[in-house]
Design a protein around this ligand. Structure first.
Ligand SMILES: C[S@@+](CC[C@H](N)C(=O)[O-])C[C@H]1O[C@@H](n2cnc3c(N)ncnc32)[C@H](O)[C@@H]1O
Length: 339
């Protein structure tokens, strides 16, 4: 059989598998076929170093056994709903190749906007005097895609002045993120990776005397119910603790907002700036909004100190490419004067 015939056979069988998946339910037959061919092209490029041009030049030649085997394995795994990125072991995010595996979430294209929001903020942040200390923390780093992309995008001078940390509760994710940082940033990488929950990490972070905290988090935000309804390519394949944020979905995110607000208001400092950049879902947004309103005038802290009344919580939403509310920037600019 020739390359063209074999690939066409695999693509048609892949269409049958794709059609069963809820996430492709609105795709037409020709869109599904296009998708199957695109996946095969990515696979052959990744595993056999064959470009689209190579494949079309080889079209009428006999396909060797090793490439038949490669395509058969691909089809078998895709029929078991294994995502293509886990088969190739990589995913493109912000134009860079990130290693991914079943311990890490596959970076989503919409998260690139979260990177842009933080990058824009850090680049424009020229108001701080040179001696001011800023820390940037990526909470729930997964493959490291967010913090690594931010560091690649900001100027090296700016990056040097920022204390950089990335944390996750999964050791395997931290190992993968470190590998990605070494490959993408290289020897100049200053990110400190740590396996720890934000609940344990933040109290120590706030003991340090930074003038400015920039916290970015794409924490899990699906409810248990949503998790059961999602595509089998996600459920049972990507790590559950990267997807489910609690029974209702927003629990981890609310916990983070509450903890940061509380820690901020307890700081015995005259001036402190805290920016929290969050990826959320439109489903959990109303609950988070209610929460932010409820605590707007500094009622978050459990033990208010004398600076407490001047610690308001301001938030702003941003939409993803499909127009859905997807990001939240919470600003806790805390200017107090000691009595
Ligand atoms: C939705 S994934 C995001 C991964 C990556 N940042 C991205 O955007 O592709 C959420 C990540 O948060 C981690 N995580 C969940 N709860 C956490 C917690 N309490 N503290 C730190 N990390 C947590 C998970 O292990 C997972 O890697």
């Amino acid at each position: 059989m020739t390359y063209r015939q074999y690939i066409s056979q695999i693509a048609n069988q892949q269409v049958v598998a794709l059609r069963k998946d809820v996430q492709y339910q609105n795709y037409s037959a020709s869109q599904l076929l296009q998708l199957a061919y695109r996946e095969i092209a990515i696979l052959l490029d990744n595993k056999a170093h064959l470009s689209n041009l190579d494949i079309s030049l080889l079209g009428s030649q006999k396909i060797p056994k090793k490439h038949q085997k490669l395509l058969n394995n691909f089809l078998k795994k895709r029929q078991q709903s294994v995502p293509l990125s886990y088969i190739t072991g990589e995913n493109i995010f912000c134009d860079k190749k990130f290693k991914v595996n079943p311990a890490t979430l596959i970076p989503r294209p919409e998260t690139e906007k979260l990177v842009d929001l933080v990058t824009d903020y850090l680049q424009k942040k020229s108001d701080l005097p040179i001696e001011d200390k800023t820390c940037l923390v990526d909470i729930g780093t997964g493959s490291g895609c967010i913090i690594i992309s931010i560091i690649k995008k900001i100027s090296p001078e700016k990056a040097k002045r920022i204390d950089q940390c990335a944390i996750d509760i999964s050791q395997k994710a931290i190992t993968t993120a470190k590998t990605n940082a070494n490959q993408i940033i290289g020897k100049d990488c200053q990110i400190k990776f740590q396996k720890i929950s934000f609940q344990k990490f933040l109290p120590n972070l706030f003991k340090k005397n930074f003038d400015s905290y920039v916290l970015v988090a794409n924490l899990p935000y699906l409810s248990k119910e949503e998790y059961h309804a999602i595509s089998p390519e996600v459920r049972g394949q990507e790590p559950k603790k990267a997807l489910v944020g609690g029974r209702e979905g927003q629990e981890e995110i609310i916990q983070l907002i509450k903890q940061v607000s509380s820690l901020a208001s307890r700081k015995k400092r005259k001036k402190i700036s805290i920016q929290l950049f969050l990826e959320i879902s439109p489903t959990i947004y109303p609950t988070i909004k209610k929460y932010c309103k409820q605590y707007k005038y500094g009622q978050v802290a459990t033990r208010p100190n004398k600076y407490f009344a001047t610690c308001p919580l301001h938030s702003k939403t941003f939409r993803d490419l499909s127009g859905k509310i997807r990001f939240l920037k919470i600003n806790l600019n805390f200017i107090g004067s000691p009595e």
